[in-house]
Design a binder for this molecule. Structure first.
Ligand code: SAH
Length: 244
């Protein structure tokens, strides 16, 4: 009985995914949308403290690729937006701020926890990083899988996984950078273990409604030092994979 129910559910999921697939080819980057994006990036630039290369990468990556066409008008507003499964694509300012704190460099190996729409992963790829990203929501993982196949050159720099980000990816560790894009109640020990000495982890910390953006430096002796960078709001980091 349970097997039949699972098969039915999988069939439904396939149909939904096929529908999404047809819509998930990266959309055309029209002059209008490019103009909207430039306006957004100029607004972000005025907020200062944001790295220019990060802003250039965000100018390069069409954020509307990660939206259904009916919602393109929201893609270049500085706000988070629902992407399904009760999750959100982060606000552009938050993406710019976290990526600035991460201090990436071309070729650096980054682990991202919370693929979501995939936007942050593609921005990291546009910066030249080798990205490993994990998502615990099956629907979002499958959605990104479809988008990934249609992505231009960035796709060769992104590996994506369905799993529990608390566990990281020990088989691919160590990572020079770790970026957590959901709010964690505490610093996950397994992620610290997978951070290379000399590496940086950026993680929003706090189990309630508000998280403190935290930057963790791992010294060459393995000791960590922590600095705090203001309050943000994230969806929670939940342990284990979502069950179907
Ligand atoms: N980086 C994303 C932001 C997504 S919001 C983007 O650019 O769109 C955070 C995501 O973290 C959600 O998709 C949520 O499902 C995921 N998440 C929460 N807990 C997780 C965990 N333990 N492991 C992996 N992903 C997790």
């Amino acid at each position: 009985m349970k097997i039949l129910w699972t098969v039915e559910l999988n069939k439904k999921l396939c149909l939904i995914l096929q529908t999404i697939c047809n819509k998930m080819k990266p959309a055309e980057d029209t002059p209008y949308l490019k103009g909207q994006r430039k306006k957004l990036i100029d607004e972000l630039r005025e907020k200062k403290m944001l790295n220019e290369e990060v802003l250039d990468a965000m100018m390069e990556v069409p954020r509307h690729w990660f939206f259904e066409s009916a919602f393109y008008k929201y893609a270049y507003q500085d706000r988070a937006f629902e992407i399904g499964a009760g999750q959100t694509i982060s606000q552009p300012y938050t993406v710019a701020f976290q990526t600035t704190l991460l201090e990436t460099f071309p070729g650096c190996k980054v682990l991202e926890i919370g693929t979501g729409s995939g936007y942050q992963a593609v921005v990291l790829a546009a910066l030249g990083c080798k990205v490993f990203t994990i998502e615990r929501q099956r629907l979002l993982y499958e959605k990104f899988k479809l988008l990934h196949t249609a992505l231009p050159s960035y796709k060769t720099r992104i590996k994506y996984f369905f799993g529990d980000g608390y566990k990281g990816l020990p088989a691919f560790a160590p990572f020079e950078r770790i970026l957590v894009t959901c709010g964690a109640p505490d610093i996950p020990g397994e992620l610290v273990d997978q951070l290379k000495p000399g590496g940086i982890m950026v993680i929003p910390l706090g189990g309630g409604d508000v998280q403190v953006m935290t930057k963790i430096l791992k010294g060459n002796d393995g000791k960590i030092s922590v600095s705090e960078h203001g309050e943000f709001r994230f969806v929670p980091m939940i342990s284990d994979k979502a069950k179907f």
